[in-house]
Design a protein around this ligand. Structure first.
Ligand code: HEM
Length: 449
């Protein structure tokens, strides 16, 4: 099955950028933990996977976080997840405490760069902004933020609609075979991939190379190191693109930063920012598009609402973001000092992980927080994190989701899931599906033409 999906994705125009970055994020978190452990002088050579005592909060039961997370939250909104080779790893599950920890810059560090070298990692696969502290974080984020203002994003809006429509045409074309269509390569991955190519300003003739490097990211058959090699490949590509655009700035983010900041940023940091946007924006948006579509197909009344009622789209997207919280843990926070969280004393050097799905199902969202209900009173959620590292691409992601779900429902109003059992990804930092087979049904554009 996996092989089949893989072949399909690799053949698709843009769906090639698959699970590599899931592995990237997981590998980075593993490195972060390895770093913290290494500071205690423990030999890391035997540590090649995240132990189950750490990984269980990354599991899911379909759309839902594991029931154990809710139990833990009701007893201990901050919970000792494990003592991992002498280091305490805390899991925050309550909404208010998660906000408190993520917003507390004074007590925590996210920076692993000075230390990963010691555990044998190369610079090429560090997670970018999310693993950087001020003042470096401030300097780099300031370069990126102007590209994500509403004014700049508004310029991308027509392009996002065009990309969505193009992929809907692709679904219609595939549907002619009379077979179910897999929305993962054709829609969920294709839309964010093409949007990010536009955002970064990658010239058309270089996208195929970038796509094929992304295809290697998907290749799980090579195991973790194979994927990390591929990740370095696409990162190298973006570093080279930064160097190229230095003399020939393109229309997107890379060219814009070159034009506005000149020598303030070197090619390495510029390529790193581009890669951060790519890895940060791909799987997250893809996971949301695939899972969100599955949720809506399971709630026909809301499928019809996003199709027919523009006013409902915003609240539906916010509820999907909360309900799904596809990023399962925020970037790890390392205590720089002793700090009290709730009724627990976190010691300097401990790691604190905030479980975003657990926080999102907290009863601050009402006593039906476990259900999908876009009519609940609006309240800020943590699906994009909080504080210093809050997602820089949140508004772009919203723009994609707000364009994509209604367009899909309008074009294929009778769409149905083609299989009962959806193959969800297992224990990944960013939740998603391996495939999403649907019967597209009637193509509403045919009568309209
Ligand atoms: C629905 C889609 C998305 C979700 C759910 C999401 C979620 C998140 C979360 C939870 C964080 C970490 C926050 C923390 O630890 O406090 C984050 C950070 C980040 N995201 Fe997103 N993201 C999405 C889309 C995007 C897009 C489209 C981009 C860029 C094109 C992007 C770029 C980034 C970057 C660069 C960071 C690091 C920010 C920093 O450390 O300052 N994300 N995102």
């Amino acid at each position: 099955m996996l092989k089949l999906v893989q072949e399909r994705v690799e053949k698709s125009p843009a769906g090639a950028v698959g699970r590599g970055a899931y592995r990237h994020a997981q590998a980075t978190v593993r490195r972060a933990l390895m770093w913290a452990v290494s500071r205690r002088g423990i030999d890391l050579s035997q540590l090649d996977k995240v132990p189950d005592s750490l990984a269980w909060p990354l599991k899911r039961d379909g759309m839902d976080p594991p029931a154990r997370l809710a139990e833990v939250r009701s007893r201990e909104p901050i919970h000792l997840l494990t003592t991992f080779m002498g280091m305490k790893v805390w899991l925050v599950t309550g909404h208010e405490l998660a906000r408190e920890v993520l917003g507390d810059v004074a007590s925590y560090s996210s920076d692993i760069r000075p230390y990963v070298g010691k555990s044998g990692a190369s610079d090429g696969d560090i997670g970018g902004l999310g693993f950087t502290d001020p003042p470096e974080h401030t300097r780099l984020r300031k370069l990126l933020t102007p590209e994500f203002t509403m004014r700049r994003l508004d310029r991308l809006r027509p392009m996002v609609s065009r990309i969505v429509d193009q992929q809907l045409d692709e679904i219609a074309r595939l549907a002619e075979s009379g077979e179910p269509v897999d929305l993962v390569p054709t829609f969920a991955f294709a839309v964010p991939f093409l949007v990010i190519c536009e955002l970064l300003g990658l010239p058309d003739d270089r996208r195929e190379t970038f796509r094929s490097l992304g295809a290697a990211r998907f290749d799980v058959t090579n195991g973790g190191m194979g994927s990390l090699g591929a990740i370095s490949g696409s990162r190298e590509f973006l570093l080279a693109e930064a160097t190229r655009q230095r003399t020939d700035p393109g229309p997107g983010l890379i060219g814009q930063i070159v034009r506005e900041t000149g020598d303030e940023i070197n090619d390495y940091d510029l390529g790193g920012l581009a890669d951060g946007a790519f890895t940060g924006g791909m799987e997250t948006s893809a996971g949301m598009l695939a899972l969100g579509t599955a949720v809506l197909l399971g709630h026909p009344e809301w499928w019809e609402k996003v199709r027919d009622d523009d006013e409902s789209v915003g609240p539906v997207v916010e509820e999907l973001l909360r309900y799904l919280s596809v990023v399962q843990v925020a970037f790890p926070r390392f205590a720089k000092t002793d700090v009290v969280v709730g009724d627990v004393s976190v010691r300097k050097g401990d790691v604190v992980l905030a479980s975003l799905p657990a926080a999102s199902r907290d009863d601050v969202f009402g006593d039906n927080a476990e259900t999908f209900d876009p009519s609940r009173p609006a309240r800020p959620h943590l699906a994009f994190g909080h504080g210093l590292h809050r997602c820089v691409g949140a508004e772009l992601a919203r723009m994609e989701l707000r364009a994509a779900y209604p367009a899909l429902a309008r074009r294929f109003p009778e769409m149905k899931l083609a299989e009962q059992k959806i193959p969800f990804t297992q224990s990944s930092i960013v939740y998603g599906v391996e495939s999403l087979l649907v019967w597209p049904g009637r193509d509403a554009s045919v009568r309209a033409r």
